[in-house]
Design a protein around this ligand. Sequence first.
Ligand SMILES: [Zn+2]
Length: 441
Amino acid sequence: MEFNILKHFKGLDEMPTDPLKADEIGTSLFMTGGMGPQISEKMDEKAKAAGMSRRNFIKSSLGFSAAMLAANEVTGKKFFEVGGAEAADFDAKNEAIQLARAGSDFIVDVHTHVCTRPGHYQLGVNTTERGMWFVQLLDDLGKAFGMPNGTRDMNIENYGKLILMESDTTVGVFNPFGFREDYGGRDMIPMEYQVGVRNSWPQNTVMLAGGLTPNQGLEVTLDRLRQYVNDYQISGLKLYTFDSTPNKGWWFDDEKLAYPIWEECRKLGIKNIGCHKGIPFGQFYARYAHCEDFDATADDFLDLNFIAYHSAWPYHKELAAMKGFKPQRKNLYCEVGSTFAATVTSRPMECAHVLGTLLRDLGPDYVLWGTDSLLWGNPQWQIEAFRNFQIPDELVEGYGYPKITPEIRRKVFGENAARIWNIDKQAAMSAKADLTATAHA
Ligand SMILES: [Zn+2]
């Protein structure tokens, strides 16, 4: 993500969490977000019902179910399908976890990151002030979610440990950060480092390349693209259309600067092209975070898939309209990383509207699961939240949103991503089983 969460989740940094216990992270977010004070108050009676001290209860897996129940009570709406026993009894909770896992056991997290590189980031040496601002933001996130050394802990080892071994994620799609103008002329996360993730867990990762900025020179951009494919066998792109040079940004539908990239992708066999949309963070300009440039591009390159990362939130309605009014479209996708994480615990009504709009207009075959981890720590709390999340009946009736059925959940969680990246589900699942067995041996 790229969203100053410590401002939105007040006191989160004072609630230390253990990254191996993702429930704690979810509970902390519920207790510090928009409904934090009311939820926090309700935790007392729920701890009592479970026969536990408040402190132990909040740190337990029951606490997370209790926080979801409390959110239903505070809002008077059923956003979370959680039974009372799951917040009071460990056997009932474990049974619910097994049942949910059986219903959605294949999970492709389309939005994952590591956040360091050899030599790390040093102000004035290999990083500008703007670059340090972003590192600091990521450091704060990492620390809030139990990684004491911030970005230094968001490394290859913890990628495997927290995303692939300690969460139910089957496959992580690996997203790069470019921004080399702020990081000494090298990508913030260089390809040489990223490839370490893919080589460590080849069956459970998909590697994307990034850092293409045609506004800084088209020929060099095309050379980089060819090098990514030839040297690193990438499986797609995740780009940013804004940068911190005086050029400020570029558009996907720029026929001179961008179309040559998509034509080259065609030649090279690269089909999936993602872009950061929405979340207009930091020093970047919001106009480049809108998604209107996907409109013409998607029509002019029908054989390529375009994926709006973050689902363009808070401009997700613009994205959804491009399909809602052009239902014939088959190459427009969205991904929910950070958008889901930032809203589900704090503003579930907004979360329901965003997911409802995407599922209604883009359709259940075009919404992809993503968590933006390791930025939000171990992603298991997000997986559990989505397994329990529902769009309340009032919104289904008033807005025509679909209910989130088990089938829709499976599509969003993994089947859609497996289709567009040609992921061998059986191979990934058996490699995942081996990994989990090693981790818990
Ligand atoms: Zn991200």
